[in-house]
Design a protein. Structure first.
Length: 62
């Protein structure tokens, strides 16, 4: 299992790959931050949506 590249070429390729991934991550994060800031703190949920019935517990017979 020998490679044709020298260690310095491998390091350069590795640095290039890291740079590409960092650029892609920065681009992704920049798009993510462009949304609304939600500074008013108002939630979309305004009420409790639960069952209206009262729970009934019965003792097990047997």
């Amino acid at each position: 299992m020998s490679d044709d590249k020298s260690p310095s070429e491998k390091a350069a390729a590795s640095d290039e790959m890291k740079r590409k991934f960092k650029e892609a991550l920065d681009k992704k994060n920049a798009q993510h931050r462009d949304g609304e800031a939600h500074l008013d703190g108002d939630s979309a949920v305004h009420g409790i949506h639960s069952a209206v019935t009262k729970r009934e517990f019965r003792r097990k017979s047997g």
